[in-house]
Ligand binder design. Structure first.
Ligand code: SF4
Length: 434
């Protein structure tokens, strides 16, 4: 999907400016190529097991979801598209009435649903459909059995991971208020695979850290109370709005690298352990075995990546933590690290660890970035689906950034899988060339 940005934003396009941890950052405000925020529904609907996502959109949105999710659905999906017809778009039909009818149908057919998201799309935004008002009206009708929330998954000016950010931010007002007298609790914000969540939970228990809540929860009723003694740590780097919503409720952000690789995972766990006053010996005895397993697994893969040059197009907002992991733990050479948004506060610990060498760019300008990429002639490019085929045709090995969001890559036990996502494209190319 190709969109034209409106030219808003600080700094002249394509010109490096300083200011973010004193590094020069090239701000790009040109044509961009991204998947839209509806994509997040694919992993969110599998995570929150009693939630339903009703996209209020067009046939294009329905087709996108079917083709993107088609190969990944193992059970009856909990998402659908309420397709707006010409009569709706022309204002001839009462869209509120139609929406009430469709939501009623869904909930009648699926009594297991306890939270329903109305998900906005480009068409619903273009005709200025007020889904916030619709969600409030429908909540009154279906309370207390079902909560109805809304967020935008539109592809207008977004990148695909913003869908999760908007969804989690929409859940925060539903969380009860905790008071100053309530004990400290930890909120881990960002979708993690269940297996990863369980591994972290075991480490937290062994260190005596808790109570711990994961957002999004597996059950929509398990929303944590938020207050001044809540500590939150992000598990994903693309949650600017969700983080802000938690901070606005009084929760304190824990600054840490993201849990990718042995180093990132240790830094992430250490930030939590320090906040909970965990004894350093206890910390070492709990995390040491996993960290050493991860280091050993990575050392066996390092030879395949060491010295290879990598270029990141801005797509998922995972780029900076991935670049840090690949440079520091796998010995790769960074040429350019592009990210759609650079959240200074959430990425502060990552930027401290990132080697000085690479160019950093924020925002998109496909033409400029392609030019720099061709000039760099890297061994590997991490990019969106739309750019991968043309780059492969030019002989450049690519990695789809969306795959890094779908795959469990966080934590010690997944470090090897994370490295393999980067070694495999080289193996494939070698096999094709034989
Ligand atoms: S929300 Fe917009 S970008 Fe996404 S599929 Fe629908 S029309 Fe396309």
């Amino acid at each position: 999907m190709t969109l034209e940005a409106d030219g808003n934003g600080a700094g002249a396009p394509g010109v490096p400016t300083t200011g973010c941890n004193e590094r020069a950052v090239t701000r790009e405000r040109g044509q961009h190529e991204v998947f839209c925020g509806l994509t997040g529904i694919i992993w969110l609907h599998r995570k929150i097991q009693d939630a339903f996502f009703l996209i209020v959109g067009s046939r294009t949105c329905a087709h996108l979801m079917q083709s993107a999710a088609g190969v990944m659905i193992f059970a009856e999906p909990r998402f659908a598209t309420a397709v707006m017809e010409e009569r709706d778009l022309a204002g001839m039909a009462d869209v509120d009435e139609e929406l009430d009818r469709v939501v009623g149908q869904v909930l009648e057919r699926r009594p297991d649903i306890k939270m329903l998201f109305l998900v906005g799309s480009c068409p619903s935004e273009v005709i200025k459909l007020d889904l916030d008002r619709a969600a409030k009206r429908l909540s009154k009708i279906h309370a207390p059995d079902v909560r109805i929330l809304n967020y935008s998954g539109s592809g207008i000016e977004t990148t695909f991971t913003q869908g999760e950010d908007a969804c989690l931010a929409a859940m925060v007002p539903e969380m009860p208020q905790a008071g100053p007298e309530d004990p400290a609790e930890l909120v881990v914000c960002g979708t993690l695979a269940d297996v990863v969540e369980d591994q972290f939970k075991r480490l937290f228990d062994a260190m005596g850290v808790g109570p711990v809540h994961f957002v999004p929860p597996r059950n929509s009723r398990d929303l944590p109370a938020i207050g001044p003694n809540t500590r939150y740590i992000l598990a994903q780097p693309f949650l600017g709005e969700a983080g802000k919503a938690l901070a606005d409720r009084g929760a304190k952000h824990l600054n840490a690298p993201f849990p990718l690789g042995a180093e990132g995972t240790t830094g992430w766990l250490k930030a939590i352990a320090d906040e909970w006053g965990v004894d350093p010996d206890v910390f070492e005895s709990v995390v040491g075995p996993g960290r050493e397993r991860a280091r050993y697994a990575l050392s066996r893969q390092r030879a395949e990546l060491e010295g290879k040059r990598i270029f990141f197009f801005p797509d998922s907002q995972l780029e900076i933590p991935l670049a840090r992991f690949l440079a520091r733990e796998m010995g790769m050479a960074l040429t350019e690290v592009g990210t759609p948004y650079l959240h200074k506060k959430h990425l502060a610990a990552e930027l401290d660890l990132l080697p000085e060498t690479p160019r950093l760019s924020e925002g998109q300008s496909v033409e400029n970035q392609l030019e720099r990429c061709y000039a760099d002639d890297p061994d590997m490019v991490v990019c969106g689906l739309g750019l991968a085929n043309p780059l492969e045709a030019k002989g450049i090995t690519t990695k789809w950034s969306i795959e890094l969001v779908f795959t469990p890559i966080q934590g010690y036990e997944q470090a090897r899988d994370l490295a393999e996502l980067f070694t495999r494209p080289f193996d494939r190319r070698t096999r094709l060339e034989i």
